[in-house]
Every structure is written in C-alpha cells, then in structure tokens.
Design a protein around this ligand. Sequence first.
Ligand code: PPS
Length: 288
Amino acid sequence: SKDLHEEVSQVRGVVLQKSTCEYWNKIWDFQAKPDDVLISSYPKAGTTWLQEIVDMIQNDGDIEKTRRAPTDIRMPFLERINPPYVGLDKANEMPSPRVLKTHLPVQLLPPSFWKENCKIIYVARNIKDNIVSFFHFQRMNKGLPDPGSWEEYFETFLEGKGLWGSWYDHVKGWWEAKDIYPILYLFYEDIKKHPRREIEKVMEFLGKNLDEKVLDKIVYYTSFNVMKNNPMSNYTLSSLMNQSVSPFMRKGVIGDWKNYFTVAQNERCNEDYREKMDDTTLSFSMEY
Ligand code: PPS
C-alpha cells in the first residue's frame, strides 16, 4: 500500500502532483541558461533512456563519469517536488552546462527556456504502450496516486484527466513548437529499432562529433539490459519506488499493449486517436 500517496491538483486545467502545483509560481519563474539542454517527454515515453544517451554523449562515452550519480541527481527533474527532492533546487545548485528533465506540456514550460533558446530534445511514444507503461509506474511509485483498475485507468487516460494531462495535447503541442524553437523530436520506437542512427541524431543536435568506437559504446551502454542492471540508471536507489511491485526498467519493448488491451479497448483507442489526431501532421504508426 502507498504510505506517501499524494493527491493531485491542476495548473491551467492540467492535472499535476499537488506538490508541483503548490510550487507552481517558483517553477514558472525558473531561470534557464542558454547552454541548458532540456529533455522533455510525456511520462514513460523514454525519458530516462534519452537522459542516459545525452549524458553518455556529453561525457564522450566515459562510463566512470556517467556512473557518478543516479539519473535524477545527474539531470534534475524540474517539477518534481517530493521533499527532500526539490528539482528546482537541484537545478539551481548545479554548475553549467546542465541537462534538465521535464514532463510539462508545452504551454506550461517555464518561459525562460524559450527566451534563452535552449536546446530541447523531445521523445514521444505510441499511445498504447505509453498507457500501459504509465499504469505500471503509478502502481509502483509511492509519490503518485494509485492508478485504480486497468479499465478505470484506460478511460481516465484517454479523457486527458491523468497526470501531466492529455497525451494528445502533449505530443501535438511539442510537435508544433519544433517548427519555431530548437527542438529535436524523437520517437521511442525509432530509437528501439535504429538506436545507432537515432543516437547520431542526438550527437549532431548537441554539436558533438564522436568517433565510431565511442558511438558503439554508447549504443551498448544505453541498451535496455545494461541500463536495467545499472544502479545509476535503473532507479533502484530511489526510495519512492517499490520495484517489487513493478520494476522501473519494466520490459522496454514495442507492443506490450497487446497483453493489456481488450478488443473493445483497442477499437475505442483507435477511434479516439483518429478523432484527436485529425488536426496535426504528427503521426504514429498504429501497427505496433
Ligand atoms: S519516467 O518515469 O517518465 O522518466 O519514465 P521514462 O524513462 O520516460 O519511461 C520508462 C519506460 O522506458 C523504458 N526504457 C527503455 N526501453 C528501451 N531501452 C532502454 N534503454 C530503456 N530505458 C528505459 C522503460 O522500461 C519503461 O517502459 P516499459 O514499457 O514500462 O518497460
């Protein structure tokens, strides 16, 4: 059972943890610096994976350096306010150049990131696997509300009433922003299928030029099994997570939704997807 069970609240219609909402003015006023790199995503879309890729690139593939501390210490999570972990304070204490993480929808990003023209890497994951992964995460994370039954969770998610708001608004909003700001927009499925190619994209976006051997090393050390066994990337050092309920590095595959969706839920999701993605050029293959 969840002793730290937290209530939720809202900022401009987006459901967020209550602690985040209470800190909202401070989060909104956060001062980004021009050389910050921000990793942004809807929760469970591949954030930690991208964080590891970016940190490996910045450190030229030196794993002694990337294993200096757990992910959330190396790359502060902006809106996470579960004292004693205050993402804002962690970010403010950190020397530049910084890599930061957020799950905020585009309209709630602190404006200093736009003003400073920070490089942002966004990662999106197909809606079906994203729902399944988030469901398991809410079961095991003591800082998040219990997800309830799978059926309930599925509906709440599609209605956009879950944490961090609507998946649709999130992926579409960031997609539109990429035409105006320096945003590299990536997909979980692409990284899974073509890790080396996608890692090279990140490298180029960050203005780095690493040789082939270093790239091979990064592909290896950011693969699922290696990250799952690395205490500095698998969140086993986080007291908020009960990994015996569900491990943070759970499956790391494309298509696990097939083990959860009923035929009716799949039809409902396809229909909802068609309707809500009607007004965007962004598309995900629905074959997963
Ligand atoms: S969080 O809590 O929002 O930061 O979670 P996030 O890191 O975005 O998403 C966690 C899911 O990503 C999977 N993952 C990976 N998949 C493939 N390869 C690698 N290296 C990798 N690292 C993390 C992780 O297993 C979660 O997905 P599921 O489907 O639950 O396994």
